[in-house]
Ligand binder design. Structure first.
Ligand SMILES: *Cc1c(COP(=O)(O)O)cnc(C)c1O
Length: 395
């Protein structure tokens, strides 16, 4: 872990940025280049023998990407960070680095759908076994560990869409009796503003930077942060598999990260207010938000998180049609997948990620037809509250 004593909002603006920048600019430039040149063959020798810090070819590194990597590493209190073309590229490259045929991975059962597909389908074809463990049930997770075989415990926290929060300290404890087990946390919903998993004992932290870290619904990116040796191995495989981030998106990510603290503080505050409004509303059947006292992980979230996030999930009292009517009546939140951006987005999971399933199949994976997921943006909270109140009235 790094020991930069500055606080997160300061790191978000300044960490990773060289001073002075090329041309004495205040902002990191976009190094739009596929390859790099060497002054002479001696410079080439210096590079390959580790005597110079420079880039060689675009699939192995780019200075604009490096700035974003260093900034995010500082925010996660990590020694190193590797960026990827998407969250899924980061997740798949990380798992392929850590796992070999004959080994075993545990994934929390409500994990991101494509992560689950990769673990249960793709990795299975390559002889990696898996167990899906119920989120929030540490005894079941502990029982799923196969001594000598389980190499990765991958958990999301908070999860989608019910915002289950893992006790990372408790999960990290499990490694005491299982040497070689790595705790990998997908912290996309939390951001380093709300939790830093590495400071709570995780070995690696993953992000879909597409969400809060980029924060403006204008880029796709993924990240893995952790100690230099592990991230170095993952970066090596990135250079083989090729899922690198391009410098334009890295520039947008750096720009987005500078306001991460401001945005997430606002989204935490508005999320809490919206959750409270909905919880008290007669047309709402249930609200899932870790900042509410009746959420199953409220105590864990209070103990280990600095904020509860900007995603609020809830059930509208009634059927699929009434829920759709409510969503169609909302004027500020737009209908769309994804989350974490400045624009509020709303979706009915039954009609989005789970559209091709029947109601019964959806129920089996815990998705009810009247479930709504709202990703709170940075609009004025009064306007959002008024819009939701109006959309719910006389539904
Ligand atoms: C969106 C998301 C991903 C996938 O990230 P992409 O950038 O879309 O590839 C992985 N994990 C979680 C928790 C996500 O929300």
């Amino acid at each position: 872990m790094t020991d930069d004593p500055r606080r997160l909002a300061t790191l978000a603006v300044h960490a990773g940025e060289p001073r002075p920048q090329p041309g004495h600019a205040v902002v990191t430039p976009i190094a739009c280049t596929s390859t790099y040149t060497f002054r002479d063959t001696a410079a080439l020798r210096d590079h390959f023998e580790g005597r110079s810090e420079r880039d060689e070819y675009g699939r192995y590194g780019n200075p604009t990407v490096t700035v974003a990597e260093r900034k995010l590493a500082a925010l996660e209190a990590a020694e190193d960070c590797a960026l990827f073309a998407s969250g899924m590229a980061a997740i798949t490259t990380t798992l392929l680095t850590l796992l070999r045929p004959g080994q075993h991975v545990i994934l929390t059962a409500d994990g991101y759908r494509r992560t689950r597909q990769f673990v249960t389908g793709f990795l299975g074809k390559f002889g990696v076994e898996h167990t899906l463990a119920p989120p929030g049930d540490h005894a079941a997770i502990a029982a799923a560990i196969v001594p000598g075989k389980t190499r990765v415990l991958l958990a999301e926290s908070p999860t989608n869409p019910y915002l289950r929060v893992a006790d990372l300290h408790a999960l990290a404890q499990l490694r005491q009796h299982h040497r070689g087990l790595k705790l990998v946390i997908d912290s996309t919903f939390a951001t380093p503003i709300n939790q830093q998993p590495l400071t709570q004992g995780a070995d690696l932290v993953l992000h879909s930077c597409t969400k809060y870290l980029g924060g403006h619904n204008d880029l796709l990116a993924g990240a893995v942060c952790g100690d230099a040796a592990l991230v170095g191995m993952i970066r090596e495989l990135r250079g083989v598999l090729g899922g690198v981030l391009d410098p334009h998106s890295a520039y947008l990510l750096t720009r987005g990260l500078k306001t991460l603290d401001l945005r997430v503080q606002r989204q935490n505050a508005t999320g809490q207010r919206i959750a409270e409004l909905l919880a008290a509303h007669p047309t709402i059947e249930a609200v899932y938000y870790p900042g509410l006292p009746d959420h199953p992980d409220h105590a864990v979230a209070r103990a280990h998180m600095r904020g509860f996030g900007g995603v609020v999930s809830f059930l509208v009292r009634g059927d699929e049609a009434r829920t759709s009517r409510f969503i169609d009546r909302c004027q500020l939140p737009q209908i769309g997948p994804s989350l974490g951006g400045v624009e509020s987005l709303i979706e009915q999971p039954a009609l989005m990620s789970f559209y091709e399933l029947s109601s019964e199949q959806r129920l089996a994976v815990g998705i009810r037809d009247n479930l709504v997921r709202l990703s709170v943006g940075v609009e004025d909270p009064e306007d959002l509250l008024a819009d939701l109140t109006r959309a719910l009235a006389d539904l």
